[in-house]
Design a protein around this ligand. Structure first.
Ligand code: KG4
Ligand code: ZN
Length: 388
């Protein structure tokens, strides 16, 4: 089956078309078309995601990305008949009021091309920024109703889990119980999986998510948004040059007897350390490394504790922060030494941050929950959607 997937939960707009042969979790996947547009340039001036701008940017980007992905997949064929009056009315009904930015572009595309060979549409319905999520949901609804294709609502975090065990074609033959360590801009949590698609949250951050801490600390030491990749770059230089510690940062909650995290104290500690100071380039590098070390140590100690407490056989590290090569190397190295029998999965760096390939994988996993097109008006975006 061909799955069209749509991701608009934060500041990446993405549309993929994935061919799936066989059933989840043993299917073979082919990426037929994949287009992604990052909004980083829009949000950089604000130092974080600006929701109204995110919504507007998604609306502008979706139709061109759909066109690109369909073209790449070889699924664009000129229309042989016009849209019916009912179809045109439907487009206006759903989009005119809610997503006027989408209406003109999307109507033109739907009028120009035949219904493509798409069997299922998967879209992120949460968690994330609700106005941003709604654009993707409404876009999916219009496609589904015009083409008469079922839709499957997807949890973004389930997408991150599956991206981490995806090798580009297949999902890893995962052993259970598995532990997912999900570290992104909005989430930091341990999720226990006793089997496929069964999730129990066994620990989470009490304040900032790790990615959020990366972004805030980066800003405090004068680096642009998003902070994760910037901190990683400078921290690497500090290690190569062996620059001494600028400040020994706390390791928050490292000795707590639970699996929760807290990262906001790190941001405060960095703020005090740099207050009224002119930071040199090497000061920035040292601070970036000091921060990355503190985060890595907390993640390592907590993960070790979780693996021991729950007899974990597979560790799945996912979410945008899992793109960080120091964190992934350290966790892999240290945990391999202590738990050689635990399989550790990290995503291909291109699939670590938000993308729509992972949404197609999650959509395929839940294909049996798909709703026929006449039953999709009730699908809603939910900014706080949880996995468990
Ligand atoms: O998963 P993601 O793309 O979006 C959310 O679902 O939140 O994660 C984005 C977060 C941002 O906070 C970003 O700074 C962080 O992931 N990030 C990184 C790296 N690349 C992205 N953090 C540390 N090191 C990186 N290389
Ligand atoms: Zn994400």
């Amino acid at each position: 089956m061909n799955i069209l997937s749509i991701e608009t939960s934060a500041d990446e707009t993405a549309i993929s078309i994935i061919g799936a042969q066989g059933d989840f979790p043993n299917a073979t996947y082919t990426i037929l078309g994949n287009s992604l547009r990052s909004q980083i340039e829009t949000h950089r001036q604000y130092g974080g995601i600006f929701p109204t701008m995110a919504k507007r940017d998604h609306a502008r980007a979706l139709t061109p990305l759909l066109h690109n992905s369909l073209k790449e997949a070889g699924l664009l064929a000129s229309a042989t008949s016009e849209l019916t009056t009912v179809q045109k009315q439907l487009l206006t009904d759903i989009l005119a009021e809610r997503e006027p930015e989408l209406l003109t572009q999307l109507s033109a595309l739907l009028e120009k091309y035949e219904k493509p060979e798409i069997d299922l549409i998967a879209m992120t319905v949460g968690p994330g920024l609700e106005p941003a999520l709604w654009v993707g949901v409404n876009f999916a609804k219009v496609l589904a109703l015009t083409w008469n294709v079922p839709v499957v609502p997807v949890n973004h975090m389930e997408g991150h889990v599956l991206a981490s065990i995806f090798d580009g074609q297949k999902l890893a033959d995962t052993k259970f119980p598995a532990l997912a360590l999900l570290i992104s801009g909005g989430h930091t949590e341990f999720v226990l999986m006793s089997e496929w698609m069964s999730y129990t949250c066994i620990g989470q951050t009490r304040d900032d998510a790790v990615g959020e801490a990366f972004d805030k600390v980066a800003r405090q030491i004068g680096l642009p948004y998003p902070g994760g990749p910037e901190i990683e770059k400078l921290a690497h230089i500090a290690r190569t040059k062996n620059i001494p510690e600028y400040i020994h940062l706390p390791r928050p909650m490292i000795n707590s007897q639970n699996l929760d995290f807290s990262f906001s104290g790190l941001k405060t500690a960095v703020r005090y350390a740099v207050q009224d100071k002119e930071l040199s380039g090497s000061d920035q590098q040292a601070l970036a490394r000091d921060f990355e070390d503190a985060v890595t140590e907390v993640l390592y100690v907590k993960t070790k504790q979780a693996i021991g407490a729950h007899g974990i056989q597979s560790l799945i590290i996912g979410g945008g922060v899992s793109a960080n090569s120091h964190i992934r190397q350290q966790l892999r190295q240290l945990l391999n030494a202590e738990y050689p029998d635990v399989s550790i999965y990290v995503p291909d760096p291109k699939l670590a941050t938000d993308n729509s390939v992972m949404i197609a994988l999650a959509g395929h996993a839940r294909a049996n929950e798909a709703r026929a097109s006449e039953d999709i008006q009730s699908v809603r975006a939910d900014g706080n959607l949880s996995l468990s």
